[in-house]
Design a protein around this ligand. Structure first.
Ligand SMILES: [Zn+2]
Length: 157
């Protein structure tokens, strides 16, 4: 019986170049899903997108409804508010290669001083770091009113 030769590949089929997706050129910075217990950082496709998935939007809306009257709600809003400010300012610091930030910037953004989810001591400086979830503020130089913004990966609510 004749052995069937496998036909050698003569042509290397070129992969069709992937068609360009028609998406908005506008790039939105990655943001954290606003669902309370979700840590996912996603890239929003619109300015308004707050949640990583539709399901998390539904979940959080339901949670909000049940907790609307809860006393902790306003505090949580403040913590989130502070966290967003610190996140924004930290990103600006990194862009500008600055390590400290002056009080003015925090005040311009309407940062609520003294509202922290928790606080820790920076073992290197001995200063207190007041956290708003993932972002923390350390009074770096009290006389000059300078601050350092910290980021931590994990925060367990
Ligand atoms: Zn999520």
């Amino acid at each position: 019986m004749k052995k069937v030769k496998s036909t050698p590949k003569k042509k290397i089929t070129k992969k069709a170049s992937t068609p360009k997706k028609r998406v908005s050129n506008r790039k939105y910075p990655p943001k954290k899903c606003e669902k309370a217990d979700c840590e996912i950082i996603f890239i929003p496709t619109s300015k308004k997108q707050k949640y990583c998935t539709r399901q998390h939007q539904i979940d959080q809306n339901n949670d909000n409804r049940t907790e609307r009257e809860a006393p902790g709600r306003n505090l949580e809003k403040i913590y989130r508010h502070n966290e967003q400010i610190l996140k924004k300012l930290k990103e600006a610091c990194e862009r500008l290669k600055k390590s400290v930030i002056s009080l003015d910037y925090l005040n311009i953004e309407n940062y609520y001083h003294g509202y922290n989810t928790d606080s820790t001591i920076n073992s290197q400086t001995g200063n207190t770091v007041g956290w708003s979830y993932h972002y923390g503020l350390e009074g770096f130089n009290k006389e000059k009113q300078q601050f350092i913004i910290h980021y931590r990966e994990n925060y367990l609510i």
